[in-house]
Structure formats: structure tokens, C-alpha cells
Design a binder for this molecule. Structure first.
Ligand SMILES: Cc1cc2nc3c(=O)[nH]c(=O)nc-3n(C[C@H](O)[C@H](O)[C@H](O)COP(=O)(O)OP(=O)(O)OC[C@H]3O[C@@H](n4cnc5c(N)ncnc54)[C@H](O)[C@@H]3O)c2cc1C
Length: 404
């Protein structure tokens, strides 16, 4: 089923499809083996204008919103979720900035983000602060026109390859969660270095690094939205970004299934193609139905979100305000429950699809000559990052209680 709201979205998905098949496909096994960042993938996505899909045209974007972003992440992830991830992390690092940036900050940062010239990523997690983001220890102390950052971040996607990092810091440890703020740190700022690179089960085509800040002097003008607003900004961002993780998971699931179906049509046992065994076909039917149910949830959600998202983006430009202020003025719904449901359902579906497709194909799927083992390794992280699925269930549960 198609979930395009306009011709521009359809065209963006066509560009993504061609790129994934022509550029990602020949590279994915090599980079999975090397466990390195792939600059060719970023150049290709930038050339196809995929970084700025969701951003206003006034900043060099395509003005399409979050549905287009999710559709394209889905399409790219059918071939390799990790090679597509810089488009996802740039959106995740860029969204808190886009929502809360002043007009001056937007003018300074958005054009290079939209063109893909500069990559962004988001740094919230720390060694002791995973699900509990309120326990972050990285501090930012104001000294004149600067904040001095000390501390470290853990498991940061796109790692050392990003140019800008939206970093959660404590500007007032005595206030706990209310003392958390977000600040943009540019690579190359003295005192900002990289630590351990993770050796991972999957998502090996996107590097994951620790970030280290030692007396790192960041201009105070890089703060987003004022001191103490950090956790609120993070929650607002996740409401809009988690459907993107769900879309990655759905793309991965479809990619795994199409590899499996191709093989099952040619593999013969007992003198017949394996796909003709009813038990195999029934399993594929069940998985296909689940993926389509996930797609209906995600793209209905992103299409609804776009109503406010696109209006707020334009109003902020017109009124010289922040996108967050304009979203507030529109008084639209909070999407927390639905975003959490989308991520929960689609990441569990992806894991189930990848696992079952290995069962369906048999021994070949357990080898590295066949892409299914990589799909299964990659699928796992969709249940973990941007909040584990326990945390998604907590969000859904909290909404149910609040609404009842
Ligand atoms: C490959 C990869 C890339 C990542 N990229 C980024 C990134 O770019 N930026 C970033 O900031 N972070 C990133 N992360 C971090 C990721 O968001 C965290 O791993 C995740 O939030 C979980 O935190 P944790 O690993 O510390 O697990 P923990 O929080 O220690 O959780 C351990 C277990 O306890 C459960 N649990 C914890 N609290 C609760 C609760 N209240 N109720 C029920 N169960 C609970 C969890 O679900 C889990 O099962 C990445 C992680 C990985 C693996």
C-alpha cells in the first residue's frame, strides 16, 4: 500500500529506492565487515537531496515533513539500515535544534544540515544514564559567553563522522531533571575528543562512539531553548523521531522478506520449490500482514503529525518565532503514545521477521554469503535505541493511565 501524500513524496521514495539498489547494495557487505563509516553512502544521499526532506525550502530543504522522512528511511533500510542511518541521526540531532532554535540559530545551522554538507547526531546517553536520562553527569558551567563542558557520552551513532552534536548536559546538577539543557557542540572544538568505538552485534555500517568533553569551551549562543529545558526538548523530539525508527524497522523487515522470497522460489526440496510448501507460504503471509499493519500505524501517524509540523515550520518563519512556540499555539495533540506504539510494534515485528526468514531459508541464511544474518543482527538495535521497548511500554502505560 502506498502512503504518499503528494507527488514530491513519491519522487523522493523513487530516488531513495534507486540509490539503495545502486549504491548501498554493492557496499553493505564490505562496510559490515570493515565496521567503518561509509562516506560514499552520505555523498549519494546528499546528491539525492535526502537530508533536507523534512526541512523548509527556505533553508534548502524540500519542505515535505516527517512523513517523507519516514518513507525514505523505510526505503533505504530495505537494503541497509546502517548506511542510511546518517540521514536518521542528522534528523534526530537536528530536530531539537529545529524545534527550539532562534531564527538566527536556524539560519546558521539549517542550510548545511539540509544539504547534507554537515552531519548532525544526538548525544543523550552516558555510561550510567541509559533509560534513566535524568541521571546524566556531563556538566556545562557558564563562564562569560561560554559554557565549559566536562563529562562523556556513550554509544553515539554516526560517531566521529558527524560535524555537529546536540548534547544533553546538566547546567544545574542541584535541580536534577530540571537542570538538564541541550547545547550544540561542533567537532573540532578544543576539549572535545572521541573515546571508545564499540564492536557491535549489528549496525556495523554505522560507527558508535563515546564522546569525551574536558574543559570544552562552547559558545553560550549554542544553547537550545534556555537552561533547564533539555528533557522537555528530548521528549518532544522523540515524539517526532521514533516513527523514523519504526520506519527503519519496517524497511529492514521488507528487505529481509524479499531476500527470503527470492531464495524460496528457486530453492527446491522434494522436487518442488520450497515456497510451494503451504506451511512456508502461511508463515510468509502472516509476516507480510504484520508488516503492513505496522506501515498503516506509522504512516497514518506521520501524515497526521505533518499537519501541525508543516504549519508550525512555516509560522515560525513568518512570525520570527521558534517551531516549538508555533506547535504550542496550534494546540495539536501530543504524539507520545502513538510514537511509542509505532516503535514498539515495528521493532518487534522486524526482529520476528528477520528471525523467521532465517528459519524459512535454512542453513544458507546462517552464513555470511546471504544477507539475512546481517538483517537479523541489525534489527535488534531498533528494539533498543531511542528508548528500549520496556520504556516504550512505560510511555504507553503512562498515557493510558492519564487518559482514563
Ligand atoms: C548501536 C547503538 C546506538 C546508539 N545510538 C545512540 C545515540 O546516537 N545517541 C544516544 O544518546 N544514545 C544512543 N544509544 C543508546 C541507547 O539509546 C541506550 O542503549 C538505550 O536507551 C538503553 O539504555 P542502556 O543501554 O543503558 O540500558 P539500561 O537503561 O541499562 O537498561 C537495561 C535494561 O533495563 C530495562 N529498564 C531500564 N529502566 C526500565 C524501566 N523504568 N522500566 C522497565 N525496564 C527498564 C531496559 O529496558 C533494559 O532491558 C545507542 C545504543 C546502541 C546500542
Amino acid at each position: 500500500m502506498n502512503y504518499f501524500n503528494n507527488e514530491a513524496e513519491r519522487e523522493a521514495v523513487e530516488r531513495a529506492k534507486k540509490l539503495a539498489l545502486e549504491v548501498f547494495r554493492p557496499l553493505r557487505a564490505k562496510y559490515d565487515e570493515k565496521e567503518e563509516f561509509c562516506p560514499e553512502a552520505v555523498e549519494a544521499m546528499a546528491a539525492q537531496k535526502l537530508f533536507g526532506l523534512w526541512l523548509p525550502k527556505e533553508y534548502g530543504g524540500e519542505g515535505l515533513g516527517v512523513n517523507a522522512l519516514a518513507l525514505v528511511l523505510e526505503e533505504l533500510s530495505k537494503v541497509c539500515m546502517g548506511l542510511a542511518l546518517p540521514a536518521g541521526t542528522s534528523a534526530l540531532g537536528g530536530m531539537p535544534m529545529f524545534f527550539w532554535a532562534t531564527p538566527e540559530q536556524r539560519a546558521k545551522w539549517l542550510p548545511d544540515l539540509a544539504s547534507g554538507k554537515k552531519l548532525w547526531t544526538f548525544a543523550l546517553s552516558e555510561a550510567q544514564a541509559g533509560s534513566d536520562a535524568t541521571s546524566i553527569k556531563t556538566t556545562a558551567v557558564k563562564e562569560g559567553d561560554y559554557y565549559i563542558l566536562n563529562g562523556s557520552k556513550h554509544y553515539i551513532s554516526t560517531g566521529e563522522a558527524a560535524d555537529f552534536y546536540t548534547v544533553a548536559v546538566s547546567t544545574n546538577p542541584s535541580r536534577g531533571a530540571r537542570g538538564i539543557s541541550l547545547i550544540v557542540v561542533e567537532k573540532g572544538t578544543p576539549g572535545f575528543t572521541f573515546g571508545k568505538k564499540e564492536r557491535k552485534m549489528g549496525l556495523r555500517t554505522n560507527p558508535t562512539y563515546d564522546l569525551i568533553f574536558r574543559d570544552c569551551k562552547v559558545p553560550a549562543s549554542n544553547l537550545l531553548g534556555g537552561e533547564g529545558k533539555g528533557l522537555f526538548i528530548v521528549q518532544e523530539t522523540f515524539d517526532y523521531s521514533r516513527p523514523g525508527i519504526a520506519a527503519q524497522a519496517l524497511g529492514l523487515a521488507q528487505g529481509a522478506m524479499s531476500e527470503a522470497v527470492k531464495y524460496l522460489k528457486i530453492r527446491k526440496q522434494f522436487d518442488q520449490p520450497v515456497i510451494s510448501f503451504q506451511s512456508i507460504g502461511h508463515e510468509l503471509a502472516e509476516l507480510t500482514a504484520k508488516v503492513e499493519a505496522g506501515r498503516a500505524l506509522v504512516f497514518k501517524l506521520t501524515s497526521l503529525m505533518d499537519k501541525d509540523f508543516l504549519a508550525a515550520s512555516q509560522n515560525a518563519l513568518k512570525n520570527n518565532t521558534t517551531v516549538h512556540d508555533e506547535l504550542k499555539n496550534l494546540k495539536g495533540p501530543r504524539w507520545t503514545k502513538y510514537s511509542a506504539m509505532a516503535k514498539l510494534f515495528c521493532s518487534d515485528t522486524a526482529m520476528q521477521v528477520a528471525d523467521r526468514c532465517i528459519n524459512l531459508c535454512g542453513g544458507i541464511a546462517y552464513t555470511r554469503d546471504f544477507p539475512l544474518e546481517k538483517f537479523a543482527r541489525d534489527a535488534k538495535v531498533t528494539q533498543i535505541y531511542e528508548g528500549t521497548n520496556h520504556i516504550q511500554k512505560n510511555e504507553i502505560m503512562a498515557s493510558i493511565i492519564k487518559e482514563s
